[in-house]
Design a protein around this ligand. Structure first.
Ligand SMILES: [Zn+2]
Length: 260
């Protein structure tokens, strides 16, 4: 039962809307909707639009929503905010440079529907940490038809295929270059930064900084350490000493002096 003391505006005074009790008319907003002074059961006084009261959009001063979220552990409604697949979805938006995302996937629920079963399959076969979202065609954005789950090595392989290196007017994919030279991408990158030509990058073998040849055997420091049962740090330390630098025999056969 609403009385009408405010002319055209039908009064809501005394009305109960969730936790709110309407106390008085506050005024009208810029759209000529009425705004009401309400007291919440928690004791707070708030001003609420009539439309928000009538539609049920506002049922408290804000305390109700807070309590509900607290009860649910402040999780998003899908309850998957902490899961791996949620982070995969989130990280799509953080890619730089930005990659277009299909409209449907702007909602996590849709991404989940489209990809979760396949994700579980891939995970079971290859492990959780080895399940990466990949675009089938790198020239198109993320979307249900252009995405699949792959392993890291498949992902990196694709990266190397698509990363083109141009030196001296010649272009090669990083993948080809790695295959030809046996060098790692880190070494290739450092050589390019130093301004090496493609020819030089390809023809210069890796300097075996950490290898020692002794009695016709070439092994890495780690391998010698194992072989001779000497701590790796001792061999590495001796190799740093200018006097010993090229003397593998001395490095490997000098007994270790124990500090007194
Ligand atoms: Zn309240």
């Amino acid at each position: 039962m609403y009385i009408q003391p405010y002319g055209k505006i039908s009064s809501l005074v005394g009305g109960q809307f969730g936790r709110l009790t309407v106390e008085d008319l506050h005024g009208t907003d810029k759209h000529c909707g009425s705004v009401w002074v309400c007291s919440c059961s928690c004791g707070k006084i708030v001003n609420v639009k009539r439309s928000h009261l009538m539609s049920g959009q506002t049922k408290s001063c804000g305390c109700l929503g807070y309590e509900t979220r607290k009860k649910n552990g402040f999780k998003k409604k899908h309850g998957l905010s902490g899961t791996n697949i949620y982070w995969v979805w989130r990280s799509m938006f953080k890619k730089k440079p930005k990659i277009v995302i299909n409209k449907r996937w702007l909602k996590f629920e849709n991404f989940y529907k489209d990809m979760y079963d396949k994700y579980l399959d891939h995970w079971k076969k290859n492990g959780k940490k080895n399940t990466v979202l990949e675009r089938i065609n790198r020239n198109i954005g993320h979307g249900p038809k252009n995405c699949e789950w792959v392993t890291w090595s498949e992902h990196n392989g694709k990266n190397n295929h698509s990363r083109q290196i141009t030196c001296d007017g010649k272009t090669m994919s990083l993948y080809e270059l790695k295959k030809h030279t046996g060098l790692s991408s880190g070494v290739i990158r450092r050589r390019r930064i130093s301004g090496w030509s493609l020819e030089r990058i390809m023809s210069t073998p890796l300097r075996k900084k950490n290898a020692l040849t002794f009695m016709n055997k070439t092994l890495s420091i780690t391998e010698w350490a194992k072989e001779l049962n000497i701590p790796r740090s001792i061999i590495a330390g001796r190799m740093q000493m200018p006097k010993w630098k090229n003397n593998a025999e001395k490095i490997l056969t000098t007994p270790i002096h124990k500090k007194k």
